[in-house]
Structures are given as C-alpha cells and as structure tokens.
Design a protein around this ligand. Sequence first.
Ligand code: ZN
Length: 216
Amino acid sequence: MASVPLRSTRAQIESFLVTNESWIRKTHDKVAKMRLKQALNWRQTGLLPVWGAQFLLAVEEVGNLPRQQAKLELDEGGLSMLLPSSLLSANGPELSRWPAEDAHALDRLVDSFYHGQVRSAGGLLIPRLSQEIAVKPGNLAVRKMKSRWGSCNPRTGRICLNSELARYDEKFLRYIVIHELAHLRHANHGAEFWTLVEKHEPQARELRKQLRQVSR
Ligand SMILES: [Zn+2]
C-alpha cells in the first residue's frame, strides 16, 4: 500500500482560508460555517466531515483491488480512501481533476460510506432509545434524501434515516431518531408530541432549527 499525499489540495485549502479570512472571522454563525464547508467540493479540499469533525482524507493506492471494491475507511489513523492502482494511474492523484465518470464513482463511495455510518450508529441508537420512549419500531432504512432528515411509517414502524446525517454532530442523528420514534406514539407535531420529544431531548427545538438551516 502506498500513500499519495494530497499536497496541492492542502495548498488550496490554505489559500481559500486566507482569501476568505475576514469573512470567516465575521461569520460567528456555526451553521454558516457548516454550510461553507459543505459547499466546498471534498475532492478539491481533501476534507470530509464525519460526525461533525473534519477529516483530511488520505488516499491509499491498493495494487490489485477491483474497481468496485474501492472504499473509505475510518479508523484510529484517520480517514482513508482505498483506490485501485488502475484508477489512480488513469486519473492521477489529484482527485479534483478526475473526469466526471470516475469522479462520480468517488462521490458514490462517499455516499455509501455515510450510509454505512448512519446504519451502524442508527442501529445502536434505536434499540436503546425505543426502550426509553417505550415504543416498538420496525426495520431501519437508510437513504440519501434531499428534503428530509428522517421519516417513519406509523403502520409498520419502519424508521428511515437520511445518510447525510453522518456529516454532522451525532447529537443531530440522536434527535432525529427520538423525533421519529416519538411519531410512533403521536403521528403529528402537536403539543403532546413535542412534550414527549423534549422529555428525551431538551434541546430538540434548537437542534431542529439548526438542521433546517443546513438543509436549506
Ligand atoms: Zn415529524
């Protein structure tokens, strides 16, 4: 395994920060900062957010890896993208210069990484929280969704979570899980529903507000 350093992309991040320094200093709004980071393409910055922390991606070249087995790995060493030599030699180490088709494959790699993160974190949270709230949820589904962070089917109890939640602090995932589980008791957003949600997450309304701002 050989590591390909993303030197040029680091320089790009620095120049971006210098160029926008005064604007960034003026922007005390945390949500605005979250949106700013989101707006930058990760292939240009080499940065990917995972559970609210920014990781500088290390690209690892793996000799005989089949294309479809390229993947993202998160461990104590950080966040690594394992890419087959054939892809790297065809496109070069600068991911931002990759042609559209292979660049999209990289984006899908990121999507499926987030998907796996939300599936395992959600899979741990749901049994614990459903016991606290005293509800019996159905299966967990994870999907990349444009307009909602979660949903629940009151009939089947199936909970669906947006895979994009893996970008933000885990408190947002926890809030969404509580919100959807509470719908198994109250299938609306009435006073009783919010009383139940706030009993398990006192910051619920604030978290909801922040999530609405990032998804806009
Ligand atoms: Zn709701």
